[in-house]
Design a protein around this ligand. Structure first.
Ligand code: HEM
Length: 227
């Protein structure tokens, strides 16, 4: 039986918002429920639409990016060992994974004026797909761009977009990815790819992630999370 999550999300968010309206907690949903613009509360349908957008923008992207990060490290065991030995490398591993395999590869835009790029005129009122994933592998910007390399010189990437719509949650996303990787390394010693299974493949355009990652690890020990 197919499920219909959109309707259910709408009802779920409506209930959450009404429960939290008038409360004084400082969590995000309570703040949204009580938000006012010039003395007027936010209409429920706008708050619900925003929360729906956030489910995709925040959740869908971050778990996929974390999967891509894990593939990058597992398929480059020397780099995985380096991160295991020195957790200060975690943040540059996250940054490199975002450059190497951004979960959102394409951002669509509509031109509002004629523009010329590399001797090509794009007329106004045309749909354009900006392939940020390609820019992230531009050999003019990144040496050996197809290679996952956490030691590459710091270089800017476009995984979080560019301009006025730059990702609002980028710092949270980085923090979540760092935490997830630290926990994984804490709890699953000797994490490695299972050589008996197919290697992970990262696929997709705007939901780019591995379908599956088959791993082996030693029995978990009682680790204290986070470093
Ligand atoms: C690795 C994780 C993430 C990636 C790769 C990512 C990527 C992006 C990209 C490329 C855009 C720009 C879209 C465009 O220009 O059309 C964007 C926008 C946005 N992101 Fe993220 N994002 C991530 C995580 C998050 C998180 C955790 C949140 C919130 C908690 C979030 C909230 C948003 C919002 C609200 C926008 C729209 C900003 C605007 O239109 O002004 N994102 N994100």
């Amino acid at each position: 039986m197919p499920v219909k999550p959109p309707r259910k999300w709408g009802a779920y968010f409506a209930r959450l918002l009404s429960e939290r309206r008038g409360q004084s907690d400082t969590d995000f949903i309570t703040m949204l429920a009580n938000a006012e613009v010039r003395g007027e509360g936010l209409p429920a349908e706008i708050a619900i639409a925003f929360l729906r957008q956030l489910m995709n923008a925040a959740g869908d992207t971050t778990y996929r990016a974390t999967g891509n990060l894990i593939v990058g490290l597992l398929t480059n065991p020397d780099q995985l060992r380096a991160v295991q030995a020195d957790r200060s490398l975690v943040s540059q591993a996250v940054e490199e994974a975002l450059r190497w395999e951004a979960p959102l590869q394409i951002q669509p835009r509509l031109t509002v004026a004629d523009v010329e790029i590399a001797n090509v005129i794009i007329p106004a009122d045309h749909k354009v797909d900006l392939v940020m994933g390609s820019a992230n592998r531009d050999p003019g910007r990144h040496r050996d761009p197809d290679q996952f390399n956490i030691f590459r010189a710091k270089s800017r990437h476009l995984a979080f977009g560019y301009g006025p719509h730059l990702c609002l949650g980028q710092h949270l996303a980085r923090m979540e990815m760092e935490l997830a990787l630290n926990l994984l390394l804490d709890f699953l010693p000797n994490l490695r790819l299972d050589p008996q299974k197919i290697s992970p493949k990262i696929t997709g355009l705007n939901a780019r992630a591995p379908d599956a990652i088959h791993v082996l690890f030693d029995p978990p020990r009682n680790a204290r999370p986070g470093k």
